[in-house]
Structure formats: C-alpha cells, structure tokens
Ligand binder design. Structure first.
Ligand code: ZN
Length: 298
C-alpha cells in the first residue's frame, strides 16, 4: 500500500511522541522491598524497583480536564497536588512446580532501580527465575530484562508476552536493544491464553497493542495483575474516565479502565497494581466519585 509521504511522516512523529511520553519518567531512589503474600499454595511477592513521580502538568494525568481539575480532586483526597507518586516494580510468583515466575522487571538498571536487591531480599537469584511474564513493553516493565551492560539479566528465563505486544516491542526504537538481547528467549501467546499452570493472560486493551494482565489462581484464591490498566490509586480510580497520557490508544484505554474497574469492584477481585503504593495488593471499592483503593497489606 502506498502512503502519502506527509501522512507517513506525521504518523511517525506521532508514534515517536507517544513513545517518548511512555518513557519520559524520572525514577526516584527507593529502598528494596519484597513482601510475601500467601495465595492458596502459592506465594506472591511484590518486588519494588523504584518510584516515578509524575508532575501534575497535564501531560499524563487528566490530559482532557487539565491540571487545575486534577489538583482540585487531589485536594479533596488530602493528596499533594503538584506531583502524582507512582510505584515501579514487579510481582514474583513461587509455588508452581519447577517454576520461579516474575511478572515485569521494572526500569533499566542504569536508572538505579532496586529490583535485583528486592529479589535478593526474597531469596531469589537472577539464575533462579524460569519464566518472565511481561504485561507490556514500556521501559518501566521491560527495562530490567537486561543488565547495565545490555546483556540478558535472567540467564535461564523464558520471556513470555502476547504476540501483538512482541510485535510492538520489536518495532519501537526505545526497546530495540532489549528486543535484540532477549529475542532468542521470547515465547509469545495469543491474547487471553493460559500461559503457565495456574496463570492465564487477560487482554486489557488500549494501553499498548498487546497489553495483558495475568490472573493467578491457586485453589479457591486468585489475584489479578492489572498491569497499567490504572496508574494512580487516587486519580485512575476516582476518575477512570480521565485521559491518561501513557495510553497508546487513549479512548480504548479509558473504556478498558471503566469496564475492568466496574468488574473488579463488582466481584471483589483481589488485584496487584504495579504502580499503586507498594506493595500494591488490595481491592477496588465503589466510592464517590468512581472508586477507591483498599490495600490488603501495608
Ligand atoms: Zn507502567
């Protein structure tokens, strides 16, 4: 198909701008943390990597309503109005026979993250990890797949992500080097597939082309890792209809956030949200406006 040069140039610029927004993050130093939670016969452990303070400047949160409306809402919740704090980290899953599973890997280690220190605190060495499940290909989720010299950080691990997400990761400038380092270890799955015993992928559309949550089940207990369906435990829950600058397809991201939060709150689903305050495990409850966060542990 022929594409008019101007249209092509414009869409490349837009794609580059979207990529830049997704990676324009200033990691802040945090202490390593690895807090265990029992889930049936499994042990799930949020492992902290860093923090991403997002300025309230209209670039990310409430792009459609503006910083004044965002600040007014934050004030009603007793929150600082100039910066929205986000956690960065992954989720370790142990207890599946023969597997040590890590969901997401945090930022590029050159940014000073604590993922490896947090894994060490959990008693896990990089060579122990057998499977890495990726929710999506943004730098704060796949950056830790490589070490500071750009080599694979988890030498034995198979890296699993949805087929459309791998297609996206391979074509983004920002993730080209990581894609090259891991390509021989990547195994893709169809959106919604069973990925490992007890872990099913959940397509959560809009944030990136193949953005995927993971439902982890053991016996009668289950936990849903929602990836980047919601970023701020205050704004994304109170106003799920507000536009998020990090969403690649903003309208679809909004629709997914609205429908998923309604389902999660309606069913009382236990979730892990990697960007909510550490450890990020809890429930979403109805509130006014929207929803509120109820941490299961602190
Ligand atoms: Zn993210």
């Amino acid at each position: 198909m022929r594409v008019a040069p101007f249209t092509l140039a414009l869409s490349l610029v837009l794609a580059a701008a979207a990529g830049a927004a997704a990676f324009a993050q200033t990691p802040a130093p945090v202490a390593p943390a690895a807090q265990d939670v029992r889930l049936g016969a499994l042990r799930v452990t949020p492992v902290r990597d860093g923090a991403n303070p997002v300025p309230n400047d209209g670039s990310v949160f409430g792009k459609d309503v503006g910083p004044a409306a965002v600040a007014a809402f934050l004030r009603t919740k007793g929150q600082p109005t100039d910066t929205i704090p986000l956690n960065v980290g992954g989720l370790l899953v142990r207890g599946i026979p023969g597997r040590v599973v890590l969901i997401d890997t945090g930022n590029d280690p050159k940014k000073g993250g604590q993922l490896m220190a947090s894994l060490a605190r959990a008693g896990v060495r990089p060579g122990d990890v057998t499977d890495i499940l990726i929710t999506h290909g943004h730098g704060d989720h796949i950056g830790g797949l490589v070490d500071a010299s750009g080599r694979r950080a988890f030498p034995r691990a198979t890296v699993r992500m949805s087929a459309p997400e791998w297609a996206y990761v391979r074509t983004q400038d920002a993730s080209k080097e990581i894609a090259g380092a891991i390509s021989a270890r990547v195994r893709t799955f169809a959106p919604g597939a069973a990925v490992l015993p007890g872990i099913v992928a959940v397509p959560l559309r809009g944030h990136t082309p193949g953005h995927s949550g993971y439902r982890i089940t053991s016996g009668r207990q289950s936990l849903l890792d929602i990836g980047d369906t919601a970023h701020s435990s205050v704004i994304s829950l109170g106003h799920p209809e507000w536009t998020i600058g990090y969403d690649g397809n903003k309208m679809l991201g909004e629709r997914t956030r609205i429908t998923e939060l309604a389902r999660i709150a309606g069913t009382g689903t236990l979730i892990f949200a990697p960007h909510f305050p550490y450890p990020g495990i809890g429930r979403v409850v109805r509130s006014r406006p929207g929803y509120a966060w109820q941490p299961a542990l602190r």
